[in-house]
Design a protein around this ligand. Structure first.
Ligand code: PGA
Length: 257
């Protein structure tokens, strides 16, 4: 089985209710059905999830994801949202480990391992994010850094659990900076990630895992990124807030992925 291809929108903390639902409607009404094996995923703020799920439930190529969830199932955790709550809304994906959460909320490997396991228990698919800061790349240590972020979390999963995980390589220096990794830089890391999966699990499983690139992905660079053999799609921040730009990236995926 080939890895499925995803183009995922990460709206972050943008779009209040009405503008968000307008943007979603604009995107889904303009999208011709995607070929089998390709999906578009929208990860809006929590306030949109229920409406977004209702608006997309009849489409087999468009899914909704959350941007985070709490590690516990329920309880006295003021301000938090749990994985069972997301599952109850029929949400399909949950982004975990985004560098902004690692930076601003101290999320680390131990916590993220527990979150991934909780999400998997609810039959949701985690989109596990990782990637190196600029100085680490300048020092030529990016593969060792990424291997550590993979091992401390994915190394704790069974092959059956791993099959449900989507990976997103997001070099921190490329996020929101306009400075994208070149297709060659991204492909070199994606090939390294796939070889890690083959070594840790099996070659067969490694081929099934979707590995997304994230970091200033935009209409002008999406096709070149998607032409790389180990890039199965993108996690898109800034460019996902504009319907035309996001649709152009999804269309680039239709041709190439
Ligand atoms: P960006 O964000 O596309 O704005 O660089 C990507 C991300 O943080 O997921």
């Amino acid at each position: 089985m080939k890895a499925k291809s995803l183009v995922v929108a990460n709206w972050k903390m943008n779009k209040s209710y009405v503008p968000g639902i307008m943007l979603l409607n604009q995107i889904i009404s303009a999208l011709d059905p995607l070929p089998e094996g390709q999906e578009m995923v929208i990860c809006p703020p929590y306030i949109h999830l229920q409406t977004a799920q209702t608006l997309t439930k009849d489409r087999f190529d468009v899914y909704i994801g959350a941007q985070n969830c709490h590690v516990q199932k329920e309880g006295a955790y003021t301000g938090e949202i749990s994985a069972p709550m997301l599952a109850d809304l029929d949400i399909k994906y949950v982004i975990l480990g985004h560098s902004e959460r690692r930076r601003d909320f101290g999320e680390n490997g131990k916590m993220l391992t527990a979150k991934l396991k909780q999400v998997l228990r609810q039959n949701l698919q985690p989109i596990y994010c990782f990637g190196e800061p600029l100085q680490v790349r300048k020092d030529g240590q990016e593969q060792a850094f990424v291997e550590q972020q993979l091992q401390e979390v994915l190394g704790q999963l069974s092959p059956q659990q791993m099959e449900q995980v989507v990976l997103a390589y997001e070099p921190i220096w490329a996020i929101g900076t306009g400075q994208t990794a070149s297709p060659e830089e991204a492909e070199a890391m994606h090939a390294f990630i796939r070889s890690y999966l083959a070594k840790t699990f099996s070659e067969e499983l490694a081929q099934k895992i979707t590995i997304l690139y994230g970091g200033s992905c935009k209409p002008s660079n999406a096709s070149a990124l998607f032409a790389q053999p180990n890039i199965n799609g993108a996690l898109v921040g800034g460019a996902s807030l504009n319907a035309d730009d996001f649709l152009a990236i999804v269309e680039a995926g239709r041709e190439k992925l």
